[in-house]
Write a protein that binds this ligand. Structure first.
Ligand code: ADP
Ligand code: MG
Ligand code: MG
Length: 866
């Protein structure tokens, strides 16, 4: 099995084998881009090595030596000769991009002697800069020596000599190098002088970095399998730190926050490697390169275009300029915010690069959920002074308690406290703290800094490079002008504007975004499943329609009984002692509900709206505390004890399995009759205004055909009576049923005979199938998940093996009777992208979910159809 591919032969081998970086270096080489030459050791070698370290000694070494020989020939440079020194980078690179999670070593091949040769052909300061970097990175990656230790030595020497390293003479440089090597000695190791040995050690260390804890956390967070391994890329060095006509940078071909088509990124002159992302020196915006090094800039613009055309996506490109000459060191599909992701696919379609279908498939529905993220209230923003302003690195709005360490962030977040992680800059070690934070704030670093990139990927609000903040991580203190904030203070972070505020600001949801609308319009065009909303007030209804609901799949009528006045009438009804009382209560409730229905139908107009008759158990309407009972008895003009007794009499042991839903409809038909009367009265009222409504009425909790028949009989009589009283022609309407009990699924064919439509109530169906109380599952579900008894919460994602099979069976049985029966799903899982795919496959007509989940559901139903 081939273990190593030169960049010139790797084209088409794929990311799994060569890692993303290696695969793209090979592709770019085949496109004739200026890529320094090199070779890639495959991910398979990594896994072989991790399984058995002997593999390196026994098999890989000879292959590496061969590849080095070829590289030496092609570059006309050498690891062994004392002229034309070959220096290389050793770069990790897995199949999925894991920015900064694994390790890279630059300038490998230098040693105490070769650095002097190198200094002669270049210059002293530069050569030793490279060597120091090598010693530092090698120490870190191979031996785990903290990088700071090296910097401290350099700073000490600079201080002692009162000059910067650029002005050191050779002896002074050697002095620093010695102190660096002393650090190795203090760790009981030494820096190998032989370049080949350096290469072998470095390669093994990079293999091992696949297993380091931060890489592990990152894989878990991003669902990346553990068994892929990382490739190792060995590449000839080019030097961005070789003077003022040199530099290095990172550029996105489109703005990763907004998606706008413009080069977006940063560079530093006379710098190497990670200097740009590390946030140590503040980089310049890429546009400035046009003035500083126009030729290199022009060349870059052209390659950027070429790479986008080749990969058909926004690219994140790392480049280095050596003495005015441009080299491309890496490209990959750039990470971006949800907003940018949508904008970019729309633009790619209009630029003719991808199809609409491709555009729809490229956006994951959960991204859309991020787009419907909160923002701070405009008024509050106007009234609150801005503490400081940094870069709007990742949108969103969040408030929380300030913490300065990832550790503390985790601790407080575990206690359910919202935290804002504030740091000078973040590093990959902080990843776990970043995951649990509501927002991330850094005082240094740019839009491509670690904090910014990681936060955007996670959809976490982030303000980066907020230079006005003096963050003292040791004292746990932020100094900003004359304001001091400490751990525990509350901070509000606006990731969309880059602004920070002291204290808590109220949030609202952002207005619908135009590009998202466009994408969702395309989604609607290809979708078979329709998306409706669950809503029970005129306000909720309007929001659902705004978010693109094709109708309302579930209008609960519970709220029509709540509110002070209504509740009193409902209680009067439940506790009634004579017909007179019943009549009073019903006629008042009727008025309330008629007005409600009128408003709702007026908004919904010709779109479908399924109105479900009263569902919850009686006891939810009754008071339970002595004080409440007393005041109710006063209102009803009855004796408190007698009322208390009546209530006790109605008490149920297990109300969710008790006197509720259609059972209530059957024992108290007057309630359902009142609801239907209110509904039809409002429909008549609207018809006089020229608005034609075809009501759809849904009966909950049916388990028996006879239940449905019973209710149908008296409701039909009521409705006929209304038509007769008003002397009008019958208005068409539909009477359907919820399918939310396992028994209903099993006799779905019988029910289909009697029902005009079905709607699966997956919340109750899941509850009744598992026998898990949906209100109590929180007490054990996490324990179940930790013990791998269940992977997901079945109230969030449909249990396809159990509940899903019941639904599938019911659909089949129902359609065998009525092939055209409209069948919907209302319940939380109706808005869940994974569940939606299943509903699509079994032939459901629509899903109905809460308003804010509608946009993501619209995309999910489209993807299910593609
Ligand atoms: P990461 O995966 O963390 O981005 P890289 O392997 O891309 O790590 O290396 C980080 C940086 O080191 C690159 O962006 C580039 O600036 C620099 N670098 C890597 N290889 C070379 C090279 N052969 N010549 C010059 N600079 C290099
Ligand atoms: Mg890189
Ligand atoms: Mg139910």
């Amino acid at each position: 099995k081939k273990m190593i591919y030169a960049f010139t032969e790797g084209k088409g081998q794929g990311k799994e084998l060569l890692g993303g970086k290696g695969a793209n270096l090979a592709e770019m080489t085949s496109l004739n881009l200026p890529v320094p030459q090199g070779f890639t050791i495959t991910t398979e070698c990594c896994m072989n090595y991790l399984a058995d370290e002997q593999f390196f000694e026994n098999e890989l070494k000879t292959e590496i030596l061969k590849a080095v020989k070829t590289l030496e020939q092609e570059t006309a440079k050498s690891f062994t000769a004392s002229t034309n020194l070959l220096l290389v980078s050793v770069r990790s690179g897995a199949a999925f991009s894991m920015p900064g999670m694994m390790d890279t070593i630059l300038n490998l091949g230098l040693n105490d002697e070769r650095v002097q040769v190198f200094a002669k052909v270049t210059n002293l300061a530069f050569a030793y800069d490279c060597y120091r970097r090598l010693l530092q990175m090698y120490g870190d990656v191979v031996y785990g020596i903290p990088k700071d230790k090296f910097n401290q030595q350099l700073t000490a020497q600079e201080k002692k000599l009162s000059k910067t390293a650029i002005d050191f003479n050779q002896d002074e440089h050697i002095e620093v190098i010695k102190s660096y090597q002393d650090i190795y000695r203090n760790h009981h190791v030494s820096f190998p002088q032989d370049p080949i040995e350096q290469l072998f050690e470095a390669t093994q260390a990079v293999f091992k970095s696949w297993l380091n804890p931060r890489a592990d956390v990152y894989r878990k967070l991003n669902d990346i399998p553990d068994n892929l391994g990382t490739a190792v890329n060995i590449q000839a060095m080019v030097f961005g730190n070789s003077g003022d006509k040199s530099g290095t940078g990172v550029v996105f071909t489109r703005n990763p926050s907004t998606g706008e088509k413009q080069l977006f990124g940063e560079f530093l002159l006379n710098a190497q490697g990670e200097d740009v992302v590390a946030g140590i020196r503040t980089p310049l915006p890429i546009d400035a390169l046009a003035e500083q090094l126009p030729e290199a800039y022009q060349a870059f613009v052209q390659y950027a275009e070429q790479l986008e055309q080749y990969y058909l996506d926004m690219q994140d490109i790392e480049f280095t300029i050596e003495q005015g000459r441009l080299f491309i060191l890496q490209t990959r599909n750039g990470k971006r915010t949800a907003k940018a992701a949508v904008q970019i696919v729309l633009d790619l379609v209009s630029e003719g690069m991808i199809s609409k279908e491709e555009a729809l498939l490229r956006i994951t529905p959960s991204l859309i959920e991020q787009l419907i993220h909160p923002v701070f209230e405009t008024q509050a923003l106007k009234e609150t002074p801005i503490l400081a302003e940094g870069l709007p690195a990742s949108p969103g709005a969040a408030t929380g308690t300030i913490v300065f360490t990832a550790e503390k962030a985790k601790g407080l977040a575990n206690q359910g406290i919202n935290v804002i992680l504030v740091r000078q800059e973040t590093s990959p070690e902080d990843i776990e703290g970043m995951i649990v934070s509501e927002a991330i704030v850094t005082s240094r670093g740019g839009m491509t800094s670690h904090a910014a990139v990681v936060a955007r990927g996670m959809g976490t609000c982030c303000v980066a490079g907020c230079e006005a903040l003096i963050v003292n991580e040791d004292l746990k203190e932020i100094q900003c002008g004359d304001i001091t904030l400490t751990e525990g203070d509350i901070l509000s972070v606006d990731g969309s504007s880059g602004r920070l505020y002291v204290g808590e600001l109220p949030t609202v949801f952002e207005e619908n975004n135009q590009s998202l609308q466009q994408l969702l319009t395309w989604a609607d065009e290809v979708a078979h499943l329709k998306v409706r909303g669950n809503a029970e007030t005129p306000q909720e209804l309007a929001i659902a329609l705004d978010f693109g609901a094709t109708g309302i799949g579930l209008a609960r009528t519970e709220h029509m009984f709540f509110g002070e006045e209504r509740l009193l009438e409902m209680r009067r009804l439940i506790l009634s002692q004579d017909d007179n009382e019943i009549e009073t209560a019903l006629s008042r409730l009727l008025q309330f509900q008629q007005a409600d229905f009128y408003q709702m139908f007026k908004i919904i107009q010709d779109k479908p709206m399924v109105v479900r008759l009263l569902d919850p158990p009686m006891h939810e309407f009754l008071p339970h505390s002595p004080g409440e009972i007393k005041s109710l008895s006063q209102q009803l003009k009855r004796h408190p004890e007698e009322v208390a007794q009546h209530i006790a009499h109605l008490q149920e042991t297990n109300p969710m399995l008790g006197h509720r839903g259609c059972r209530l409809g059957i024992t108290q038909p007057l309630i359902y009759q009142m609801q239907v009367t209110a509904l039809f009265n409002s429909v008549l009222q609207l018809s006089q205004e020229g608005i034609i409504i075809q009501p759809e009425i849904m009966i909950p909790l049916i388990s028996e055909k006879a239940e449905l028949l019973e209710i149908k009989t008296f409701l039909t009589a009521t409705i006929d009576q209304i038509f007769e009283t008003h002397q009008i022609d019958p208005i068409p309407y539909e009477l359907g049923t919820m399918i939310e009990l396992p028994r209903a699924c099993l006799i779905a064919d019988q029910l289909a005979n009697e029902a005009d439509f079905f709607s699966f109530g997956t919340n109750d169906l899941t509850q009744m199938t598992y026998g898990f109380s949906r209100d109590d599952i929180g007490k054990f579900i996490t324990s179940y998940q930790e013990k791998h008894i269940m992977t997901s919460d079945p109230f969030q994602t449909l249990d396809q093996e159990g509940v899903g099979q019941l639904i599938k069976l019911a659909v089949k049985k129902a359609r065998s009777i009525k092939p055209d029966l409209t069948i919907g799903v209302c319940g939380e899982v109706g808005g869940d992208p994974h569940s939606i795919n299943f509903f699509h496959q079994i032939g459901i007509d629509y899903v109905s979910c809460s308003a804010y989940r509608i946009p993501a559901a619209r995309l999910a139903v489209a993807q299910a159809s593609l």
